[in-house]
Write a protein that binds this ligand. Structure first.
Ligand SMILES: Cc1cc2nc3c(=O)[nH]c(=O)nc-3n(C[C@H](O)[C@H](O)[C@H](O)COP(=O)(O)O)c2cc1C
Length: 556
């Protein structure tokens, strides 16, 4: 497969459109490699070539048929057009058509046509010239971004041009509005998602054509019209009414405010106060039912206050530092309601930072979107790990033989739950350990020893994981904190490490008093007795999970 890319943006590799083209090529390459097909790409940047305007002399038709009288880089371009199986035209929309440099290139294709008049059956109301070369079997892709909020209605000129050149429905298009957003790092989560769909499109194109579901995603706006237009207007940094330049921090805060999602309104107005410590400027974002507004005189009562150097918040917003890491490094402080930080994604979506700092992957309704591909996610479930232990702890002290039999039965049934849940190493280890203790009891082992021993092994299992990369509780509690992304959050990991250790110590201690109580008349009730302390520990855990991150956020 030979592909010729014509990058018609004067911005070369800084082109927004070129990002889409690269994603499309990456998708094509994947499919070609899977099919073990050759994949060759030749690329030109129109801005780097010398392609002078057509002189309109027609000498390429009469004096030197097939050859232009101008000696410049266009000769090479024609060679590549003839060489390629697929030509990708990549350009920004300029005045509802192609940029000037690219128009020169298009005009200079005249030597590729024969002078004769023929009917173009594909497009009505015109004449046409036949091709000098056999171009059958060659394919064309047109990729373009434009600056307005939508591509719809803006590409009539382009459609007309390519319909006449290649025939209606004889070429594939990807046209995307809001093109300038592709160069904004703060919004890369959304634009990367879109690029993921473009990559899918490239993959599908090689396999026969872009699928309707991908096409539908490509036609979605990057952001709602109002959000985009307000954001774009702000990006010029000029006060709309006075026409004066505004402070960088104010513009930045306004842009954050624009991305507030009013659907996340929880019934109570919130005021996020941004205090930029390095420049001593303070602005408030009032997040209400109807949307957000920025207050510059500090007259609102702040519910959450972030104290940060502007540069730090900018780096977080651009994805250069993770928000949670910066918090752990005490690069900024959060005062007041910390919940806003935990739910940042819900409130601001892409407004730069959040406490999980996730980029290019988002989670919706149990599905994960990675580069535009939806992967159904199975979640871990701590009950699967706990059930065998609880059954053994309750049943074995009452009746060692029957309790052990029931425990083995439960361990055998637990794997059925793996159809719906993601299994962890600890689920399997728990099943294996409890089966072992139960077998030992069935073989005549004393429950007086085996039950405390099981508590001891449970305690060791928990405490030991504090020394490994992912502490035990993190495997399960990540489900409530943005899935596996939470494992990259140092604050989440530290909270879990502490909790895992505390639970581990609790069960190490439980093994001691269980051993002592198993020799008394309390023995049949030991399961019930031992569930009292964990109830309090559970309450503590819920409190600690909220208290500890808040404490760190306040810089204490
Ligand atoms: C001279 C000029 C003319 C433009 N004309 C249009 C236009 O007619 N419609 C539109 O939606 N955007 C227009 N734009 C915006 C560009 O299409 C948009 O910024 C695009 O994303 C740039 O892509 P690139 O980075 O690949 O060059 C124009 C930009 C320039 C510089």
């Amino acid at each position: 497969m030979k592909i010729f890319v014509i990058n018609g943006s004067p911005k070369g590799n800084r082109s927004n459109t070129y990002k889409l083209t690269q994603a499309f090529l990456a998708g094509m390459k994947e499919s070609a490699e899977n099919a073990k097909e050759d994949f060759e790409v030749e690329e030109i940047w129109v801005s780097r070539l010398e392609i002078r305007p057509c002189l309109g002399c027609f000498s390429c038709w009469d004096k030197t048929p097939g050859s232009c009288c101008i000696q410049d880089d266009m000769r090479e371009v024609i060679q590549k057009l003839l060489w390629a199986d697929i030509t990708i035209w990549s350009f920004p929309l300029y005045y509802y058509t192609v940029p000037g440099g690219l128009k020169n290139l298009i005009d200079r294709q005249l030597p590729m046509a024969l002078p004769f008049m023929v009917e173009n059956e594909d497009v009505s109301g015109n004449g046409s010239h036949p091709s000098r070369y056999d171009m059958s079997g060659k394919k064309t892709v047109v990729i373009s971004t434009c600056g307005f909020y939508t591509a719809e209605g803006n590409y009539d000129g382009i459609y007309s041009l390519f319909d006449h050149a290649y025939g209606r429905d004889n070429y594939t298009t990807i046209f995307c509005g809001q093109g300038e957003l592709f160069r904004v790092p703060d919004l890369s989560k959304r634009t990367n998602e879109y690029l993921g769909y473009v990559q899918n499109a490239g993959r599908e194109y090689v396999l026969g054509g872009i699928l309707p579901e991908t096409r539908a995603k490509l036609e979605e706006l990057l952001y709602p019209r109002e959000t985009f237009e307000t954001w774009a207007d702000l990006s010029w940094g000029i006060d709309k009414e006075k026409g004066e330049k505004e402070s960088d921090a104010l513009i930045f805060t306004r842009q954050m405010a624009v991305l507030y999602r009013k659907e996340s309104y929880s019934g109570k107005e919130q005021v996020l106060e941004m205090y930029y410590t390095d420049i001593d400027e303070c602005y408030q974002i009032v997040m209400g039912k109807e949307g957000s507004r920025v207050v510059t005189d500090g007259s609102e009562h702040a519910t959450t206050r972030i104290e940060t150097p502007l540069s730090v918040w900018r780096s977080i917003a651009a994805g250069e530092i993770r928000g949670d890491e910066a918090l752990m490094q005490k690069l900024y402080k959060v005062k007041g309601d910390f919940n806003l930080m935990l739910k940042w994604d819900e409130y601001f979506g892409d407004a730069g930072t959040n406490t999980n700092g996730n980029r290019g992957a988002s989670k919706t309704n149990g599905q994960k979107t990675v580069s535009g591909i939806h992967i159904p996610q199975r979640e871990t479930n701590m009950n699967i790990m706990l059930i065998p232990w609880i059954v053994f702890w309750v049943a074995a002290p009452i009746d060692s033989y029957l309790g052990s039999l029931i425990s083995i039965g439960v361990c055998a049934l637990v794997p059925l739950l793996f159809y719906q849940n993601k299994k962890t190493f600890y689920d399997i280890l728990s099943g294996a350990l409890i089966s072992g203790f139960s077998m030992a009891a069935l073989c005549g082992g004393s429950s007086r020893i085996l039950v405390p021993l099981s508590y001891l092994s449970f305690g060791i299992m928990w405490s030991a994981t504090c020394l490994v990369k992912i502490p035990l509780t993190a495997h399960y509690s990540m489900n409530s904190y943005n899935g596996e992304d939470a494992l990259l959050n140092p604050l989440f990991m530290k909270t879990n490490r502490i909790l895992t250790l505390l639970w581990g110590i609790l069960y190490l201690m439980t093994s001691v008093w269980t051993y002592l109580l198993m020799g008394t008349m309390v023995k049949p009730y030991i399961g019930a007795v031992n569930s009292v302390v964990p109830i309090f520990m559970g309450i503590f855990t819920v409190w600690f999970q909220k208290w500890y991150p808040r404490k760190v956020a306040m810089g204490e």
